[in-house]
Design a protein. Structure first.
Length: 405
């Protein structure tokens, strides 16, 4: 196993470090950092188990070193292919240094496996792992209103970096990418941002607090029951979780034209303080049967929080961790020519973690996609599901080890 670790250059700075080793991967229940980058990789068709093992070992030891804020030395990948060995041996081994002196910045790094890691589109197994595909690692159904860009969706492997500094997160991703030549190539990347968790629940681009209930900041009580995979699935996933990623574009121009009261009816919470309608403050419980003076439900029947809440979804829960994104501007209808007004391609990177998407994301979003009033202002444009194995327990252990042993 090629080890990496803090090398020459900057010593790790104290504080602002998120623990990397542990029973679960970091960046799931951690606080919300200011920046995120998601990157999906596809494995070369001629990669084999040894290549993938070496890659996961190197990613784990590199990630452990990067999260301490120290400089890293990029190890040579142990590849079974003579052609690739040349590429790998020739690559420079030193830290690229763009994060030099920036410190750990609460950097978290998580790694996940997509369905296509285990099986090809025709159902045949890959890398001898076809039978180890976890049943919970489902292909999502086509939901009402989906407009997915497949080039920005799915993937064999996920690397998810979060940090309070974008350059630190990007450096971490690039460092992992630099040990993957010929084995795994980037399929898509997506950057996002958040006001972070320093000033209370962060606001999304609709201007509402997002993360008050059932989120990484305010998780549900029993995470073993809702978040962490257990004995109901394969042993190698115990302590892991399943991530559903959705890039959700917001029609900000239309949203901005609504009165605040109309926006609040659509969400079901007050904009200024995040309180559920009819309740005094942000953390008051939702009162789904509460009536206003006219006898109408305070929280309207098709409002987002009512339709998403566990009370109306047979208790189905999801742990959310959301960031915003801005991918510039785009013309809604390019056939209309250059005079067509540009609109923002901006919205939310929805990250929903659960022990089984079949009983969490799928039923909740099946209903939301049909009923939620917010759907008039949002379009899902990218999607992926990844199995995030349990954390690495310490030096010498590596992410995904139990899948291969
Ligand atoms: C751009 C899209 C979305 C926006 C802007 C949005 C916004 C919000 C806001 C403002 C809240 C209330 C505050 C809070 O509890 O955090 C909320 C709650 C929630 N949302 Fe979303 N959301 C979006 C998409 C989704 C999707 C796709 C799901 C799918 C599962 C979802 C599930 C939930 C759940 C489960 C709650 C908590 C309900 C409760 O227990 O009170 N949201 N969302």
């Amino acid at each position: 196993m090629a080890m990496s670790g803090p090398a020459e250059g900057t010593a790790a700075e104290p504080g602002r470090t998120e623990p990397f080793y542990g029973a679960h991967q970091s960046g799931i229940t951690s606080g919300t950092q200011g920046h995120t980058i998601l990157a999906a990789f596809d494995l070369a068709a001629d990669s084999d188990r040894e290549d993938i093992l070496a890659l996961l070992q190197d990613w784990t030891s590199l990630a452990a070193a990067l999260t301490t804020g120290g400089a890293v030395s990029i190890p040579a990948l142990q590849t079974s292919s003579p052609e690739r060995a040349d590429v790998v041996e020739d690559s420079p081994r030193t830290d690229s240094l763009e994060a030099d002196g920036l410190g750990p910045q609460r950097l978290t790094l998580a790694v996940g496996f997509g369905r296509s890691f285990f099986r090809s589109a025709d159902g045949s197994g890959r890398f001898g792992l076809g039978m180890r595909l976890p049943p919970a690692l489902v292909e999502l159904p086509q939901f009402e209103g989906d407009a997915l860009d497949r080039t920005q969706s799915d993937g064999d492997l996920l690397v998810h970096a979060c940090a309070d500094d974008l350059q630190v997160a990007f450096h971490a991703l690039r460092s992992l990418d630099r040990v993957a030549p010929g084995i795994a190539t980037l399929r898509w990347t997506q950057a996002g941002f958040s006001p972070g968790d320093g000033g209370g629940t962060p606001r999304n681009l609709l201007g509402f607090k997002d993360g008050t209930m059932n989120s990484n900041l305010h998780p549900p009580g029993d995470l073993e029951a809702t978040l962490w995979a257990g004995p109901e699935g394969p042993a190698w996933m115990h302590g892991g979780t399943y991530l559903v990623y959705r890039r959700i574009r917001m029609k900000l121009e239309s949203w901005d034209s609504l009165e605040r009261g109309e926006q609040e009816q659509i969400i079901g919470r007050r904009k200024v303080d995040g309180a559920p309608l009819g309740q005094p403050d942000e953390f008051s419980p939702l009162d789904l049967s509460g009536l206003d003076a006219k006898g109408n439900w305070w929280i309207p029947p098709t409002s987002h929080v009512r339709v998403a809440s566990p009370e109306v979804n047979d208790g189905a829960l999801i742990v959310r961790r959301s960031f915003s994104y801005v991918n510039g501007t785009t013309s809604e209808d390019s056939s209309s020519g250059p005079s067509q007004a540009l609109e923002y391609d901006a919205g939310s990177l929805f990250l929903g973690y659960q022990k089984d998407p079949r009983t969490s994301f799928v039923p909740i979003y099946s209903k939301l996609s049909l009923v939620d009033e917010l759907r008039r202002f949002t379009t899902h444009t990218a999607s992926a599901v990844f199995a995030l194995p349990p954390g690495a327990s310490g030096r010498g252990d590596w992410l995904g080890r139990r899948l291969f042993t």
